[in-house]
Write a protein that binds this ligand. Sequence first.
Ligand code: GLY
Length: 408
Amino acid sequence: MKTTSLILGAASGLLAACGMSVLSDADRVNEALDYCDHQVHRTLGELRALEGGQTLDYTLMPRNIARDDTAWNLSPATPDEWCAGFWPGILWYDYEHTGDTLVRREAERYTASLGYLASRPAFDHDLGFLIFCSYGNGYRLTGNPAYKKVVLDAADTLATLYRPKVGALLSWPRNVEMFGGHNVIMDNMMNLEMLMWAAKNGGNPYLADIAVAHADKTMRHQFRPDYTSYHVAVYDTLTGQFVRGVTHQGYADGSMWARGQAWGIYGFTMMYRETRDTRYLEFARKITDAYLVRLPDDYVPYWDFDDPAIPQSPRDASAACVVASALTELCGYTRGDESLRYRSAAQKMLASLASPTYRCGAGKSAFLLHSVGNMPAHSEIDASIIYADYYYIEALTRWKKLLESEGE
Ligand code: GLY
């Protein structure tokens, strides 16, 4: 591990240059997780105050804090609210770090608000985010068989969106007319994880076949020759033929929307973990390289890599969090210089996100500033957004485990 130490040493120099104290990697990750725990308790306190200090309303989830505000906007645990699983997921990760039984109790209560979604008709592919981030983490940490049943039911429900003619899940059933065909959004790659998990944990093995078919179709059509992605691929509903690639939340049809590429990097890395199919690993490397090579110096992307307003346009910290989490895995699936490059990139992302530029600190009770939800819809611009925080605490947890496995 000599070369690793050299790289880590170099990264410490970078952190020192960024004004951060020179601590060991393990100290830094623990400090960041402790910071998250502090913010979690602040948020719980604020939510309790909203209810007059009484019992929390466990059906209302923190969703965002607008740039010029300090209070969370809450959204209900409903099928069309794709972000409702992230707050329970954050509580589970915080419980994993602290062992705090109060946090666990709150995680259980918020999680319980989402269980009904598993066995009602799927609103869209976001069922995976809703259930796997909440119940999935809950099961991983507690082994509660009731949680497992919810995840298995949700995987069966998600699978109803699969269209064999196309060979992919229909991401947004409500938008077939709008896009003029079967739509697959890049974000959908994330929700294949619940299908893969279910197939390995007592669910129908067919769920894994669906996930593989969807990933293969996405790999074949949803990336341009330079390995940058379309947010949306549109397919003929009858023949399954690829019709066109377009954007929904990016700058233009041909641009690289940062979070879309991030979902792809995470999704194909996860598919390699779950299948050990080297096609996915090769692909994850290529789409990661297309992303890394165009990052600004602090490793946090602008919301869309092709926005002509760069460097005046906003960053998207959420994309950095998703990619940092993915790279803590990808560096373990690659070797030599390439592995060190991914590892060093993840480390730089986490160092930037821990800096005063991106931390909410005392000003707000979210973890991070500077994410963009939906620029074309003028929604959640330069805001604190709950999924940035979710993938941030996930990335830190993974990074901590990586260090522990190396004996640091
Ligand atoms: N899944 C929607 C988004 O990334 O904004």
